[in-house]
Design a protein around this ligand. Structure first.
Ligand code: PLP
Length: 401
């Protein structure tokens, strides 16, 4: 492979670009994971994570990708044959459903057109029907993906909580925030979520390899009687060891030093500023897409994702050919179309360690790539985005990202 000058643009919707501060924190001699220095650092990480999840509840950290934390959420709270309500909002919601089915749960899957989030009214209707049919409420959990990384559509987690309450239903509420945590506003406690699932490689700006369960008291209580087989994923031993800053098995020591630094960076910027930065970059990206005359896959404006934008290709044009040309010509990786969207869409990731000029470079690469690939489009997307960036940078209260 020959050397390419300049930094690679990693504009897939995760893993995201890892900031130098985090890389430097990881790049150190591995320490004794049962020693005093490591224990002190872990306690700070466990405390710092709470502010990111907006919770007072415990957060469990696994040395695993996000898929592991999905499994942990299910096996700690449910029993074989339990009924679970899921919504097929996209590729990742489908994979979580596949996992739940393999684990022996009985899934009620509500389909969608993969262009929107979960409809809170549908949640309420399904749960009311369940209560009317069985006196003891057969549905044990409702699973929702907050930000569907395959489609760029978010679900309204607070509104879904209200729908569950309106139905007066006792189901646990399990939410996947793998591509929204630390990018899009998310409130574990306020929204009454029982298990929040997250991963390290997106808004938290780390390499892949860590994942999380934030656990409510109700979920902890459910774990005492849940019968699905579990050992590695068990919360009980993890939480007992975490009290003093340790783990029941070897943790990913160096990644945890990286997490310690990433949490400091998020606190320095301020979580609300992090959300505002993502919202502003997402809006600028959508203006670029519209100016190109292309269509955004998400069809419900209030459910647009702030961490990525999924763009539909004009009929007869292959998204993966465009992505390949952009990678070869401009050294930028864009997200591929997943599942039924393969070849039909490309995804622009604008989350994590990302600023105005990263966005400028990203959109310039897309616009030049559209031209190079002969994809029908109008010029001016980049300019439309710049206009939004400069107008919003002038707003008196705004700190430029
Ligand atoms: N859920 C969502 C929303 C995701 O975006 C991903 C991965 O991108 C996953 C789950 C699976 O996580 P992982 O690939 O880290 O196992």
């Amino acid at each position: 492979m020959s050397h390419r000058s300049g930094r690679h643009f990693l504009q897939i919707p995760g893993p995201t670009n890892v900031p130098d501060r985090v890389l430097r924190a990881i790049d150190r001699a591995t320490v004794d994971h049962r020693g005093p220095e490591f224990g002190r650092m872990t306690l700070e990480v466990l405390e710092g994570l709470k502010s990111v999840f907006q919770t007072k509840q415990p957060v469990v950290i696994y040395p695993a990708s996000g898929t592991g934390a999905w499994e942990a959420a299910l096996v700690n709270t449910l029993s074989p044959g339990d009924r679970v309500l899921m919504f097929e909002t996209g590729h990742f919601a489908s994979l979580w459903n596949k996992m739940a089915t393999r684990l022996g749960l009985s899934i009620e899957l509500v389909p969608t057109d993969w262009r929107r989030g979960v409809d809170p009214a549908a949640v309420e209707a399904k749960l009311e029907e369940d209560r009317a049919q069985s006196s003891k409420a057969a549905i044990k959990a409702v699973c929702v993906v907050h930000n569907e990384t395959s489609t760029g559509a978010t679900s309204r987690i607070g509104a879904i909580r209200k729908a569950i309450d309106a139905a007066g239903h006792p189901a646990l509420y399990l939410v996947d925030t793998i591509s929204s945590l630390a990018s899009i506003d998310y409130r574990h406690d306020e929204w009454g979520v029982d298990v929040t699932v997250a991963g390290s490689q997106k808004g938290l700006m780390l390499p892949p390899g860590l994942s999380f369960n934030c656990v409510s008291e109700k979920a902890l209580k459910a774990s005492k009687s849940a019968k699905l087989a579990r050992s590695y994923w068990s919360w009980d031993e993890m939480l007992a060891n975490n009290k003093t800053g340790y783990f029941p098995y070897t943790p990913a020591t160096n990644l945890l030093y990286g997490l310690h630094e990433a949490l400091k960076m998020l606190a320095e910027e301020g979580l609300q500023n992090v959300f505002a930065r993502h919202a502003r970059h997402a809006e600028a990206t959508r203006r670029a897409v519209r100016a190109w005359g292309l269509e955004i896959l998400c069809s419900v404006p209030e459910e647009y994702s702030n961490s990525l934008t999924t763009v539909m290709m004009p009929a007869g044009h292959d998204a993966d050919r465009l992505r390949k040309l952009i990678l070869e010509a401009y050294d930028m990786s864009l997200g591929t179309g997943l599942g039924r969207l393969a070849g039909k869409v490309f995804r622009i990731g604008h989350l994590g360690d990302f600023n105005d000029l990263t966005l400028a470079g990203t959109l310039a690469g897309v616009e030049m790539g559209l031209e190079l690939a002969g994809v029908p489009h109008k010029k001016g997307g980049v300019l439309a985005a710049f206009e939004h960036l400069t107008e919003s940078a002038r707003a008196p209260s705004r700190k430029v990202a």
